[in-house]
Design a protein around this ligand. Structure first.
Ligand code: ADP
Ligand code: MG
Length: 210
C-alpha cells in the first residue's frame, strides 16, 4: 500500500548536507504493524515524514496506493493526511481549551457518538468531559489514540508514542493501538521492548535500514 523506492532525505544545514535517510526501499502492506527501531538521531522521524508525505524525498519515490506522493499537490497530500492517515506523537498535542471529547470530534459534530464509543473502548469512557491538564500522560495518549482512530485511517503513523510514559503505560498504549486499528500501523521507537507485537521491524542506523 505504501512503497518506498530508494527513498532518501538530505537536509541542508548551513550548506552542509545531512543524510537523514539513505536509499530506503520497503513496502508497508494493508494490515501490517511495522516497527522502525533505531537510536536517537538515526533517521526514524525523517523516515516517518517521508512515508506520510510530510516531507518530500530528495532521492527516490514514495507511493501510496501506486500514486507518487511527490506528484500530488499540497492540497492532495494534506487531504491524505487528514482522511487516510492517523498520527500519534510523543507529545499529545491536544488543544488545552477543548475537553477530551471535543479534541477528538473537533468540528465534526456527527462524530460525537463514535468518539464516545472509542473513549469507552479505550477505557476512559468517563473522562470525555476532562480537559487535557486534568488527565494523566497515559490518559492523554489514549485520547490521542481515539483521535487517530476516529477517521478509520488506512495507516497510523506513530512517532515514539510511548517515550513520555512509564514502561507499563507505554505497553498499554501500543496494545490499544494495535488492537483497535483497522489499517496498518507504522511505529517508531528506540525501545525494543515496545514492539514485540510487530509483524516486521525495520532497523535503522545513520539513515540506513539494515
Ligand atoms: P530520530 O527520529 O531517529 O531521532 P531524525 O530523523 O530526527 O532522527 O534525524 C536524523 C538526522 O537528521 C539527525 O542527524 C538530525 O540531526 C538530522 N536532522 C533532522 N532534522 C533536521 C533539519 N531540519 N535540518 C538538518 N538536520 C536535521
Ligand atoms: Mg525522532
Amino acid at each position: 500500500m505504501i512503497e518506498a523506492k530508494n527513498a532518501g532525505l538530505v537536509y541542508s544545514d548551513h550548506g552542509k548536507e545531512v543524510f537523514a535517510c539513505r536509499d530506503i526501499t520497503t513496502t508497508i502492506s494493508e494490515h501490517e504493524f511495522v516497527a522502525v527501531l533505531g537510536p536517537s538521531g538515526s533517521g526514524k522521524s525523517s523516515l516517518l515524514y517521508l512515508l506520510s508525505g510530510l516531507k518530500q524525498p530528495t532521492h527516490g519515490q514514495i507511493l501510496f496506493q501506486n500514486d507518487d506522493l511527490a506528484k500530488m499537490t499540497d492540497a492532495q497530500r494534506s487531504h491524505l493526511r487528514l482522511n487516510e492517515f492517523g498520527f500519534l506523537f510523543q507529545q499529545s498535542f491536544l488543544l488545552g481549551y477543548l475537553n477530551a471529547l471535543e479534541n477528538i470530534v473537533l468540528h465534526r459534530t456527527e462524530r460525537v457518538s463514535a468518539a464516545n464509543d472509542l473513549l469507552d473502548t479505550l477505557g476512559i469512557g468517563d473522562l470525555g468531559h476532562r480537559f487535557p491538564h486534568e488527565l494523566s500522560g497515559g490518559q492523554r495518549q489514549r485520547v490521542c489514540i481515539a483521535r487517530a482512530l476516529i477517521s478509520n485511517p488506512k495507516v497510523i503513523f506513530a512517532d515514539e508514542p510511548t517515550a513520555s510514559l512509564d514502561h507499563a503505560t507505554g505497553l498499554q498504549v501500543v496494545e490499544l493501538l494495535n488492537k483497535h486499528r483497522k489499517g496498518a500501523l507504522v511505529m517508531v521507537t528506540h525501545d525494543e521492548s515496545m514492539i514485540t507485537a510487530a509483524n516486521r521491524v525495520l532497523r535503522i542506523e545513520e539513515g540506513v535500514v539494515g
